[in-house]
Structures are given as C-alpha cells and as structure tokens.
Design a protein around this ligand. Structure first.
Ligand SMILES: Nc1ccn([C@@H]2O[C@H](COP(=O)(O)OP(=O)(O)OP(=O)(O)O)[C@@H](O)[C@H]2O)c(=O)n1
Ligand SMILES: C[C@](O)(CO)[C@H](O)COP(=O)(O)O
Length: 226
C-alpha cells in the first residue's frame, strides 16, 4: 500500500460561529470537535500519517485540551496560515515524499465515515483525485448582477465536501501556484493547475460545523449515536 497521509485543517478562527474559542475546539458529546474528526481518520487506519494544522496561537491550548481529555492519538501538529489554502500548503510542506496519497479534510467535519475515507484513497490511487460531494436536495437559482434571479438545473450541480484526496506528486505541483481568491477548496487549486477532478459520493451526514445551528445538529447526532 502507498504512503497515506491526512492533513486535517483546523487553522481557522470560526468567525461565522462567533464563539471566543475556535469552533474546532468546541465540545460535542463531551469532547472537542477536532478530536472526533481525528478519531474518524484513525479508525480508518492505524498506519495513516495524520497532520493537524492549527492556528499558531492555539497550539498550547490544543496541547492542554489533549492533556485534559487524555487524547493520545499520534498526530503531527503544524502551524496554519491566514487562509485555508495557506494552511493546507503548510501541512503539505511537512510531507517529505512525493510518493503516496494525501487526503485533506476539514477539522470541523467530524461525521466523515470510514467508507468515504477508504473510497477517497482508493479512487485517488486510480485516478489522481477524489473529491467528495453530494447532489442538491433543494431547488437552486442563479443571482444576476441586477439582483434578478433565474432557476438552474440542480442536476448539473454538486455540493462539495471533504475529504479531498490526491496523489502527492500532482498535489504538490498544484500547490506551487500563486493563491487565487476563488480557491475555496483543494479541488479548485488542483483544477486551476490543469489536473482533472474525479467526484465521489459523500454523505448528507458529513456536515461542516460552520454556524451555531450546525453545532446543535452535531450535538443531537452524537447523542442519538449513543
Ligand atoms: N486559515 C484557515 C482557515 C480555515 N481553515 C480550516 O478550514 C476548514 C473549513 O473552514 P471554515 O469552516 O470556513 O472555518 P473557519 O475559517 O474557521 O470559519 P469562518 O470562515 O467562519 O471564519 C476549518 O476546519 C478551518 O479550521 C484553516 O485550516 N486555516
Ligand atoms: C472545503 C469545503 O469544506 C468544501 O465544501 C469548503 O469549501 C470550505 O469553505 P469555507 O469557506 O472555508 O467554509
């Protein structure tokens, strides 16, 4: 099996959540969200090299949380950057080889499943990339510059999640580009660099905890699982 890495990005400050603590440290089911996410990747493979990217100022807070929760998963901690792109790039620079696969996952998506992670590695090994997504359940409209709107064919769109998994050699080359304002995820970077993107099925359960409502949903999901 090829070298397998996971970069779990948790370098943001959670402005939309609006809490003092960064949202990745907020507790669901009695444990910080980020620890749930790391455990999901560890459950996929004990041999996976897990890199966790954190805001530099929060690294001592994370170490204290690990002590409090007796959280002993072996992970490499790396300082993040101002944007998600920069945080991914910092994580990537800590990987010395170009031989293998890397999954990038949001630290605030704690409900990712082993089967999604496995499928993302297997697909990326075959095709170069695996980007998790789901179809739209709601109708969608395009907003024009003058404020008017127009129905679009929702079957032509997907909502993109993480993990997004890539062959390391192409991913490293893709991240040599200058950062662009439309880089909202890794797929947009890889596509900009000229590589094709393979989509794989995600899950409506694989939510990104972004706003306070998401935190309530996450707490209920954890409670109902126990
Ligand atoms: N400079 C950044 C910004 C974001 N992220 C991470 O990217 C993931 C998805 O980003 P998002 O949900 O937008 O998190 P925040 O940037 O923290 O939230 P907000 O945009 O509301 O400030 C999160 O796990 C976040 O910690 C990161 O590693 N480094
Ligand atoms: C990577 C991502 O989670 C895919 O949906 C998303 O693009 C992150 O976006 P955000 O602006 O950082 O919330």
């Amino acid at each position: 099996m090829k070298n397998r890495f996971a970069i779990i990005v948790a370098g943001g400050s959670g402005t939309r959540m609006g809490t003092d603590a960064p949202k990745q440290f907020l507790s669901i089911g009695g444990m910080p969200i980020l620890m749930h996410t790391i455990r999901r990747f560890r459950a996929y493979s004990a041999d996976l090299n897990v890199i966790v990217v954190l805001p530099v100022s929060q690294i001592p807070v994370w170490e204290e949380l690990c002590r409090q929760h007796q959280f002993q998963e072996a992970v490499m901690v790396i300082a993040g950057g101002k944007t998600r792109f920069q945080s991914v790039r910092n994580g990537l620079q800590s990987i010395e080889t170009e031989d293998g696969l890397v999954a990038v996952h949001d630290g605030v998506r704690p409900f990712v499943t082993t089967s999604i992670i496995r499928n993302s590695f297997e697909t990326a090994e075959r095709t170069g990339s695996a980007v998790t997504c789901v179809p739209l359940k709601d109708s969608a409209r395009l907003i024009h510059a003058d404020g008017s709107s127009q129905a679009v064919d929702r079957a032509s769109y997907r909502l993109v999640q993480t993990p997004q998994t890539f062959q390391l050699a192409l991913f490293k080359r893709a991240f040599e580009v200058e950062e662009q304002p439309f880089f909202t995820d890794c797929a947009s970077v890889v596509e900009y660099a000229g590589y094709p993107i393979t989509l794989i099925d995600g899950s409506y359960d694989n939510i990104k905890i972004t706003t306070p409502e998401d935190l309530e949903i996450a707490e209920q999901k954890i409670r109902s699982a126990h």
